[in-house]
Design a protein around this ligand. Sequence first.
Ligand SMILES: [Zn+2]
Length: 258
Amino acid sequence: MTGEILGKYIIDYSIKTLEPLAIGGTQQNIRISESDRPVLKDSNEIPYIPGSSIKGLFRTFFDRMTEGFKQLTQNHPAFSGVKFNLTHNNPNKSEEVCDCTQLTTLKEDEICDLCLLFGAKGYGSPLIFTDLLLDEEKEDIELEHNTHIRIDRGTDTTVKGALFYVESVPKDIEFKGKIIFEVRDINEQIKNRIDLLFKILLHQIENREMHVGGMKSRGYGLCSFKINEIHYYSLQDLILGNLEEKKPLIIDQFLSWS
Ligand SMILES: [Zn+2]
């Protein structure tokens, strides 16, 4: 159903904090700490950014771009003749609910393009985002701790007992991670649309700034994204294991629309 693997793109990228980063875990990941909002850490107490958070960030971004994609296909030569199937963004439904979840058997020609790229219940995404880690020799960073006051937005007054403590990763810290994109043997037309969406995704990572984590309105989370290397490994490379010898692709060329 998901198609044979034809090859893999591996994107090495980094995220650098331009503002303090307050990225907490889900409830079960949060360890007891003096901070009300502790930074997410691994079992060695080293902060990291979960790949799933970054994937979610981009899925939300794409979800809100349906109009933009429509215009692209009308106005840009690289997209002429392309018909994106982005039924995911149905204004009558919440973001999480997609028509694809109504399907009993998930086939590529029935799933919307966004679910094909980012995955849906019962359909594995060809995109894998690994967790973003600090460089080994730079793991010893000093986290920041700040006190904030919760304000009642209705009255603009301080809420009683409203002090809370936020732990954050300071500015100028770099995390590195990988995006793996599996090229699958699927219907040519669908593959073409998915490849274009993948390329648009890479453009959002190359030299862009985005907010990661929480507390955006309080001056947290702005990060710069940068692609370091793009590799493509064919099926033969993957089977024979000659991955080290493979030269990276030229990023500008790969991202070019002409
Ligand atoms: Zn969908």
